[in-house]
Design a protein around this ligand. Sequence first.
Ligand code: ATP
Ligand code: SF4
Ligand code: MG
Length: 356
Amino acid sequence: MLALDDVSKVYRVGTFGGKELLAVSHVSFSVEDGEVVALIGESGSGKSTIGKMILGLIPVTSGVIRLDGMDISTLKRDGLKNYYRRVQGVFQDPFSSYNPIFKADRIFHILKDEFFPELKGAEWDRKVRSSMEAVGLNPDQCLGKFPHQLSGGQLQRLLIARALLLDIQFLVADEIISMLDASTRIDVLNLLADLKAKGLSILFITHDLSLGYYISDKAVILYRGHVVERGLTEKIYFNPLHPYTRMLMACVPRLDKKWEAVEVELKAKHSAPTQGCVYYGRCPIAVDKCREAPPLNEIEADHFVACWRADEAVSTVGASGRNDRGVVSTVQCWPGAQGLSCRLPGRRGGTPSSRR
Ligand SMILES: Nc1ncnc2c1ncn2[C@@H]1O[C@H](COP(=O)(O)OP(=O)(O)OP(=O)(O)O)[C@@H](O)[C@H]1O
Ligand code: SF4
Ligand SMILES: [Mg+2]
């Protein structure tokens, strides 16, 4: 459905815009109909930049983003309007999306003039109410309230309801639950899972591995604007092959372990990044060959890794998988990172394949 093909983004920075910052580098992946793809990476890795390019908020520097084969950069006026009927975004901080001096449901009225000028009073009210109900909100409790009278979860749901008003097929969800408390988080996550079951495609942007696992069919791991590993979620989480992904996995906190007990190689072995592998500066197992950038190779079916040593990991990781309750995985050691192990959190509804 939506595909990024070799997309890069360079920002101009510095006092007079004289310097360039490569925020996203040659990124390719796709999100099919009714699929959830988790875009995972640390702060500054380029996740939001990708989301903004998909939403047409900033232009791509090179490469193409296509929706059903159509290059979105060529869209003008009506074409663009149609695009936004199908593709919408919701962002991290629900509070900043509202003007505190206006009632929260004003966000719906802004859409009305643009997309539904023909709908009159009662008809429009019915539409707003039904989209609020679709996200589990009680219209009678929420309509007419100011933002400070609603919870973060309710405000985030209102934003999703606004997106649904347009019968969207694709949602860019950029860290939409990071600012919510734990119980509200699970609420909004389950809402996304329900919307996915109804056929919505979602790009779920997060820096939180466990959230990515909970909801996605496919995962894309981003490091400094580069895709270092991508593929089916099960494969990425139960058999991570890139040293960066493995480091991230090892850093997922475990309830049964104090932090001192988690052994993980975080120290850089090499002082500065080079022209070669983007992870060279932090990689504990880098070799001379890594001064050359590795391609993103398909190491096994539906599992791509950009690392010269990924093949070795396949042969040494060997026993990856889950225990008999299906919720915990211990990944075996990489040569040079002995003792590194991680557990993965539980997931609603089993594996992506079993949920289909
Ligand atoms: N408008 C901009 N102008 C210049 N540089 C920018 C701009 N927006 C983002 N950047 C830079 O691009 C890089 C990627 O930023 P981006 O916001 O996409 O990261 P992110 O992965 O979403 O991070 P976070 O998890 O903190 O939200 C960062 O180095 C950031 O400083
Ligand atoms: S290519 Fe080399 S530096 Fe890059 S992740 Fe693999 S081993 Fe490390
Ligand atoms: Mg961001």
